[in-house]
Design a protein around this ligand. Structure first.
Ligand SMILES: [Zn+2]
Ligand SMILES: [Zn+2]
Length: 119
């Protein structure tokens, strides 16, 4: 049981540097919950909120929506034998109203609730 939605808690979106930044946008979490509900598969958050120092350290874009708590990089937790991530990405690419990019070589999806963008 999450403390934001059924399956997501604030700590999952905390900046990985240890600074404690975790002001994730609730609207983004709700949209991830919809994906969780439809697929029935646990979602692993790889990167949610980022402070400016950490974002720079890992080479994030200077205006990244991660800095505003409006972006998440994620994959499916556990086994993903049927390439569920790729299938979901193919569905989300036309449908997601914010920014979205699927990184097949790194096996994660970046999604944000900024303007609709693909790259
Ligand atoms: Zn940080
Ligand atoms: Zn990202």
């Amino acid at each position: 049981m999450g403390d934001i939605t059924q399956d997501f808690s604030r700590w999952e979106f905390r900046c990985k540097c240890g600074c404690g930044k975790e002001d994730i946008h609730i609207g983004l979490v709700h949209r991830l919950q919809v994906i969780r509900d439809i697929t029935g598969h646990p979602i692993k958050i790889l990167s949610g909120c980022r402070c400016a120092e950490y974002n720079a350290k890992i080479g994030g874009a200077p205006e990244s929506y991660h800095l505003k708590g409006m972006a998440a990089d994620w994959c499916f937790g556990g086994d993903d034998p049927d390439s569920l991530l790729a299938k979901v990405a193919n569905r989300l690419i036309p449908e997601w109203s914010g920014g979205l990019h699927y990184y097949p070589e790194k096996n994660f999806i970046h999604c944000d609730i900024g303007p609709k963008r693909r790259w």
